[in-house]
Design a protein around this ligand. Structure first.
Ligand SMILES: Nc1ncnc2c1ncn2[C@@H]1O[C@H](COP(=O)(O)OP(=O)(O)OP(=O)(O)O)[C@@H](O)[C@H]1O
Ligand SMILES: CC(=O)C(=O)O
Length: 484
């Protein structure tokens, strides 16, 4: 059992066929992202159907559009704009003339002359030179292509759209109908945004695991409260790099990863990780270094965007990420140990202490795995913080918890709907070990660690650490009495 770092791949025209999805699975992805800013209902429906045909339970994460502005449909899919040229921005769905760019924003008349407007995460930069009715005229500062559905960033301006737009609500309803349980939430600004989304989901009679995307200065400032309300975080470097000075992105990424690790919540590092592989079969050295760096910093998951959505080498991109993660992931515990030890003195709860003890025991005893029966995933997430060298085998009765745990570093979740909590402790341990023994994950000579709550019935939380030799427990059987 390898592949502790989780890989999230964005699906798109390059990868939506079943045979390609199968290859993505085989290359080692752990979840698929559907970016709701692109495609239409029929393509999104097709993606979900094709994924589920191969694996009905495969984790799918929708990424909301959020209160953002995008270009409409551009003729021939992209237009090259030159430095010094003037473009006219209007609210429209489709481009009618070459020098007019349609955008999906009704308040263009609020944007003052002199404002910087960036397209496609800053690829093309421009400045407003004139307002005329509802149209804005901008002068291009650096040239490049402007494509269909590309992000439009108006610097220093707070977009006048509600946190949950009508479009987002429709997209979320669609995801709920399709029984999707993971969501990356765009442009979260505060904990209140997440609370309002939870209320909206509750009104729809459901819950989802929510990954807040940190992509603005406001979100960076409110990280602690956002993290508290969220199930996980995504470092959305595309927007971060245009909303804030680009050179600040590395230190923000570092801070977010540390804070998520400390809270025991999964963090995904996203955007341009192997960007050049959209066109090339091999990444740049800098990209390989970026992926390695995110892993060594303690990221739970790394993401592929256009590389797998529209790129020429989607499968190779996943394979490359796997090669890099396999090279570095076993080194993470040594690197994070120093700062973790300092942080935790005097702050540890009982369950956190047991998780830490499980990590230490696994290293000293050379354990094959740490087993955690878990209701909410909390225990498994807490062990994952220490990045042990052996897998964390988590079994839970809750399918939404399984989905989340697929994105947590080093955790291999299993849905165990038959788990009975009225078993005595030994019998529960026996059943778990027997399962992993029969499926070939454990063998007789292995030692394993189980952490759980001593009183399964009252669910008082994790307070027990046990160490077993697989051979002994298999010999002793369900009741713990050896026949010999
Ligand atoms: N479903 C899709 N259909 C077509 N193209 C897609 C799809 N998903 C992604 N893409 C393409 O891949 C590019 C990168 O994907 P990514 O998901 O990072 O989007 P993005 O537009 O940069 O926005 P975001 O900030 O939401 O991530 C997109 O700009 C788009 O061109
Ligand atoms: C993923 C995303 O939305 C970003 O990087 O901005």
């Amino acid at each position: 059992m390898n592949n502790f770092t989780k890989i999230l791949a964005t699906i798109g025209p390059a990868t939506c066929q079943p045979e390609t999805i199968r290859k993505l699975f085989d290359a080692g992805i752990n979840a698929i992202r559907i970016n709701m800013s692109h495609g239409d209902r029929s393509s999104q429906t097709e993606y979900i159907q094709n994924i589920r045909k191969l694996n009905d339970n495969f984790p799918i994460l929708i990424d909301t559009k959020g209160p953002e502005i995008r270009t409409g449909k551009i003729l021939n899919n992209a237009v090259d704009v030159g430095v010094g040229s003037t473009l006219r921005l209007i609210e429209s769905e489709t481009q009618m003339e070459p020098d007019t760019i349609p955008v999906d924003y009704p308040h263009l008349d609020e944007i003052p002359v002199g404002t910087r407007i960036l397209f496609d995460d800053g690829l093309v930069e421009s400045e407003v030179v004139k307002q005329e009715g509802n149209a804005l005229f901008v002068r291009v500062i650096n040239d490049g292509p402007i494509g269909t559905g590309k992000k439009v960033t108006i610097q220093g301006y707070r977009v006048q759209l509600p946190f949950l737009t009508e479009r987002d609500k429709q997209d979320i309803q669609f995801a709920v109908e399709k029984k999707i349980r993971l969501m990356a939430v765009s442009f979260v600004r505060s904990a209140d945004d997440i609370k309002s989304l939870k209320s909206y989901l509750a009104a729809l009679g459901t819950t989802m695991m929510l990954f807040s995307k940190i992509e603005t200065g406001e979100a960076v400032a409110n990280l602690e409260e956002i993290l508290e309300e969220s199930d996980g975080i995504m470092v959305a470097r595309g927007d971060l790099g245009v909303e804030l000075p680009l050179q600040e992105v590395p230190e923000i990424q570092n801070r977010i990863i540390k804070q998520c690790n400390q809270a025991g919540k999964p963090v995904i590092v996203a955007t341009q990780m192997l960007e050049s592989m959209r066109e090339n079969a091999r990444p740049t050295r800098a990209e390989v270094n970026d992926v390695a760096h995110a892993i060594l910093q303690g990221a739970d998951a790394i993401m592929l965007s256009a590389e797998t959505a529209t790129g020429k080498y989607p499968i190779r991109s996943v394979e490359m990420m796997r090669l890099i993660s396999n090279q570095y992931e076993k080194q993470v515990s040594g690197i994070i140990k120093k700062y973790r030890r300092k942080e935790e003195v005097g702050r540890t709860g009982i369950a956190q202490y047991i998780a830490k003890a499980a990590y230490h025991a696994s290293e000293e005893l050379g354990a094959k795995a740490i087993l955690t029966p878990t209701e909410s995933g909390f225990t498994a997430r807490n062990v994952s913080r220490f990045k042990p060298k052996c897998p964390i085998l988590a079994s839970t009765r809750d399918s939404i918890v399984v989905q989340l745990l697929h994105l947590v570093w080093g955790v291999f979740p299993r849905l165990d709907i038959d788990a009975t909590l009225d078993l005595n402790h030994y019998a529960m341990s026996y059943q778990l070990i027997e399962h992993y023994y029969k499926t070939g994950i454990l063998s007789e000579q292995d030692r394993i660690i189980i952490i759980s709550g001593s009183n399964l019935m009252t669910k008082r939380g994790t307070n027990l650490l046990e160490v077993y030799s697989v051979k002994d427990i298999i010999e002793d059987g369900l009741t713990g009495k050896s026949d010999a």
